[in-house]
Design a protein around this ligand. Structure first.
Ligand SMILES: Cc1cc2nc3c(=O)[nH]c(=O)nc-3n(C[C@H](O)[C@H](O)[C@H](O)COP(=O)(O)OP(=O)(O)OC[C@H]3O[C@@H](n4cnc5c(N)ncnc54)[C@H](O)[C@@H]3O)c2cc1C
Length: 368
């Protein structure tokens, strides 16, 4: 039987483990934490299920095979996605993405309309700031995007962000329906109160999982991984950890920003007004996003749980959408020899969601 070693038992490590098992590999997963599922794992706070930041799946409508893949293991519930952004200088919430119909409620609507009429061509934009100013004008950019993005990335200037394909969630200025991603993505969450946990369990069932074992050393030439003080060999290795670790930081450390996560229970059935459950904060508040979890998880309770996300450099979650950082990551990725693969959000140093991860796992399996 062929052997595979998977480094990191997060969402991507679990999916690739499942696929390798079904191909007949004996798989060993080496995971730094005490559980599998990584950032998408569901935990419980006084009975309320939550993940560290919301983790619903967003599937491209023309690639529903990733949804079907998840549904082989957990039944999914479809959701509409509704979010609001608090614009402190107007003292009010507006829907996000920015909606054309709400301009009339803005105190500076004349300036907004003038700037929209005079917009430059967006296609030549060189960086994130230019992209947004050219898309919606300076005033809307300042209200919704400018401070939010600086806070999100811990940067002083949005011109630093020069690889911004990830950014606009659909369109920059929406018209018609206020549902985000309408017509482009199917959004869902497991019906099971434990979220994706049963999916992770099924993925690693029958594999050997070594928990609480951060990997600091991979011998890519001999296809082996140092787990504690034991070398584990494989016919193939799939790494889902940051590639700078794999090559002992020989090109320098890759930059990430993370999140502190606060949980707050409130004594009422529901806090956010229907149909909203994601709140973004675009001003100088320390947090970027607040999510009401019950509406995502379907949990029933007379109380409600809010999750509050605060950017930090204390942990590593988001790779930087900056060409210089991406170029450094590519140097590492080019060093992986045949039979050793790098996968997942850190492994590819890309802002990938679960749908993209599953798609990449299918692609990778075609090459193995
Ligand atoms: C706050 C936040 C919210 C998000 N919301 C959504 C969403 O709503 N929808 C969506 O589709 N996607 C969302 N994502 C993205 C989604 O979580 C990722 O696509 C997915 O988690 C990627 O899986 P992964 O395995 O690459 O990374 P992770 O799930 O982060 O797993 C990485 C795993 O590797 C382990 N690990 C790290 N270093 C080592 C080491 N040295 N040795 C061994 N193990 C190690 C970690 O402990 C972890 O278990 C969100 C991401 C964040 C940060």
């Amino acid at each position: 039987m062929k052997k595979a070693v998977v480094v990191g038992g997060g969402f991507s490590g679990c999916v690739i483990t499942e696929m390798l098992k079904s191909r007949g590999f004996a798989v060993t997963v080496v995971e730094a934490g005490g559980f599998v599922g990584g950032g998408c794992r569901t935990f419980f706070y006084h009975g309320h299920p939550y993940t560290i930041g919301p983790r619903h799946i967003l599937v491209d409508v023309d690639e529903m095979y990733t949804w079907e893949y998840v549904e082989r293991f957990v039944k999914m519930r479809r959701l509409d996605h509704h979010s609001l952004t608090y614009v402190s200088r107007d003292n009010r919430f507006y829907t996000y993405p920015i909606h054309r119909d709400e301009i009339e409620f803005m105190p500076d609507k004349e300036a907004v309309r003038r700037e929209l009429a005079e917009r430059a061509d967006v296609s030549g934009s060189q960086n994130f700031e230019e992209y947004w100013v050219n898309s919606v004008g300076r005033t809307l950019y300042d209200k919704y995007i400018n401070d939010y993005s600086k806070k999100m990335w811990g940067i002083r200037n949005n011109r630093e962000i020069d690889d911004f394909g990830f950014s606009p969630k659909g369109v920059a200025l929406k018209e018609g329906s206020k549902v985000s991603f309408e017509g482009s993505k199917v959004i869902g969450y497991p019906i099971d109160i434990e979220g994706f946990n049963p999916f992770f369990k099924a993925c690693v069932d029958g594999a050997t999982v070594i928990r609480n074992c951060p990997v600091h050393c991979l011998d890519v030439d001999r296809k082996r991984v140092l787990a504690g003080d034991e070398w584990i060999e494989g016919d193939i290795i799939v790494s889902t950890i940051s590639p700078d670790i794999v090559f002992d930081y020989c090109h320098g450390e890759l930059r990430y920003i993370g999140r502190h996560f606060m949980k707050l229970i409130l004594p009422c059935e529901r806090v956010t007004p229907e149909p909203y459950y994601f709140l973004y904060y675009a001003g100088d508040e320390p947090y970027t996003r607040v999510v009401e979890y019950k509406l995502l998880t379907g949990y029933k309770s007379p109380d409600t749980l809010l999750g509050i996300e605060i950017p930090t450099f204390d942990n590593k979650l988001y790779p930087y959408p900056v060409k210089a950082d991406i170029a450094k990551a590519r140097k590492y990725i080019a060093m992986f020899p045949e039979g050793v693969y790098t996968l997942g959000r850190m492994g590819k140093y890309q802002y990938d969601n679960m749908h993209v991860v599953i798609r990449d796992c299918f692609k990778l399996m075609k090459t193995i």
